[in-house]
Design a protein around this ligand. Structure first.
Ligand code: 13P
Length: 255
């Protein structure tokens, strides 16, 4: 089974209207032919409509950076799966910035992931260890417990379709990326755990990305490890030169 690389750009809180469309136009101009690598851009919610226009006729896809689990109701400020369906294919859930600054719990993340799959949106479920976990040797415990809790409401059929992103908190925005070797080791552990919980087919099919200080200068090193199914890129995804280099690097590594 060939899995194509998945490269996701998380713009975070960048891209004030009309920058989003300008940024996508620049990226389109710079990108060479991308036939196999799947590329997803996740702009802020308010940019999704104009981004949708900009990606028409290309194979760029869109993702959201968050979601709420209910379909409709008195939930001020929230965005439902029904609002995103049709606009995006992917949704980032459980990013560490939301866990840290907005108090998102494992239970909330699990509900978001389940809401996505039940509305034919693909969740990109983020898990990651803190610097303290890393220093004290608790990285694996933290990562796997976030993983187990995050997929808790899914069936084995559903889990096959989701994407996991391993994003060590100590590597996000710090310039200190996790080595490709170490990232591949963690990704193997993640797939092994999915296998134990849901069976071999699920662990073979699930895609697991690495994210944290990925730049054009280090991105290709991750593609040397077949366990790494792609990358979740923050800062470098809002720079069209950097992001297009990362994408073209992935495309070169496709079989
Ligand atoms: P950076 O690539 O800026 O470190 O951010 C990674 C990230 O959090 C992507 O979701």
């Amino acid at each position: 089974m060939t899995k194509h690389k998945l490269i996701v750009g998380n713009w975070k809180m960048h891209g004030i209207i009309p920058e989003a469309s300008i940024m996508i136009e620049k990226l389109k101009k710079e990108l060479g032919e991308v036939k196999k690598t799947e590329v997803v851009i996740c702009p802020p919610f308010v940019d999704l409509m104009s981004a949708d226009e900009s990606v028409k006729g290309t194979n760029l896809k869109l993702g959201a950076q968050n979601i709420f689990w209910e379909e409709e109701g008195a939930f001020t400020g929230e965005i439902s799966p029904l609002m995103l369906k049709g606009l995006c294919k992917y949704v980032i859930v459980g990013h560490s910035e939301r866990r840290i600054y907005l108090g998102e719990t494992d239970k909330m993340v699990a509900k978001k992931a389940a809401a996505c799959v039940r509305h034919e949106l693909t969740p990109i479920l983020c898990v990651g260890d803190s610097l303290q976990d890393f220093a004290e040797g608790f990285s694996k415990v933290t990562i796997l417990s976030q993983l187990q809790a995050g997929v808790n409401l899914l069936t084995s059929d559903e889990v096959k379709k989701i994407v996991i992103a391993y994003e060590p908190i100590w590597a996000i925005g710090t310039g200190k990326n996790c080595t490709p070797n170490k990232a591949a080791e963690v990704i193997k552990d993640i797939k092994h755990t999915i296998g134990e919980m849901f069976g071999k087919e699920a662990s073979d099919k699930i895609r697991v990305l690495y994210g944290g200080s990925v730049k054009a200068k280090n991105s290709n090193d991750y593609f040397e490890f077949p366990e790494v199914d792609g990358l979740l890129v923050g800062g470098a995804s809002v720079d069209h030169h950097e992001f297009s280099k990362i994408i073209m690097g992935a495309e070169k590594h496709e079989k």
